[in-house]
Design a binder for this molecule. Sequence first.
Ligand SMILES: Nc1ncnc2c1ncn2[C@@H]1O[C@H](COP(=O)(O)OP(=O)(O)OP(=O)(O)O)[C@@H](O)[C@H]1O
Length: 302
Amino acid sequence: MADTPPPLARLEGVRKRYGDTPALDGIDLSLHAGQVTALLGANGAGKSTAVGLLLGLLSADAGDVSVFGQAPGSAAVRRQCGAMLQSAGIPERLRVRELLELVRAGYPRPRSIVDCVALAGLDGLLERRYGRLSGGQQRRVQFALAICGRPRLLFLDEPTTGLDIEARQGLWSAVRELVADGSAVLLTTHYLEEAEALSDRVAVLDAGRMLAQGSVGEIRARVSLRRIRCVSSLPAGAVAQWPGVREAVREGDALSIAAEPAEPVVRRLLEADPALRDLEIRRAGLADAFLALTRPALQEAA
Ligand SMILES: Nc1ncnc2c1ncn2[C@@H]1O[C@H](COP(=O)(O)OP(=O)(O)OP(=O)(O)O)[C@@H](O)[C@H]1O
């Protein structure tokens, strides 16, 4: 498309092995300004490796890695990137204010400390030593350090692990603000509702291969699984055995069924129980789509 601006960062045909372990096997991924891209995948799928390559912490065995049109990792590129990684290596004796000042000094146009406190929810923590903070408070400080340089490209590797609900929602709204200002964000997460809530694009990795990329809607549309819910006295155990039913569970007076395809199952439900009521059918959520894409038994149907 002629109007699409070039991506801020890109992996093209990238391969990376650790000894005998293939971590990435021919991956393409583009990160665009003003977009959150969620990189999803089970443990060991290769997400952190992709982040490490884009940050210049690792080098690819084959393929191309570019950030702002250059090789990653140079000082000029780093000054436009922020990262919140799984292992932070932050000096524990320093106070939060000292950490922020130290990291801000490395950027040409840093955010004010007041802004960082507001965006990351650090009220009352500035004079505390990092090592004395709770796990969730430390994650918030790590987020502040990632965004304090006003990065054009922000890497968030499982940023909300260990955060309480309020802190998680605070981080989500901060990410939305940064993206509205034009930053590109690469988010890795195991929380699919987080990917659904935040991301413009989703990329699904499985054992180093890219299984699917697209908007949340496109990924959901890749699977024909449907969720059926109805009030019925039919036994869930029997319905679970019907062709096309992947799961049937009772929830009070309702039956909740995952089916693929849905239509024959709905027909059979209506025939089997004339008293059936409150029938609802909805498309699978991102979590269902993710499982269908990454579970080998279901891949054919995806
Ligand atoms: N330093 C390393 N040495 C050897 N193998 C490694 C190393 N780092 C990662 N791996 C292997 O490479 C593969 C991809 O790992 P990676 O950390 O990128 O996955 P991930 O998707 O980030 O996983 P998680 O969700 O658990 O963080 C895994 O099989 C992992 O065991």
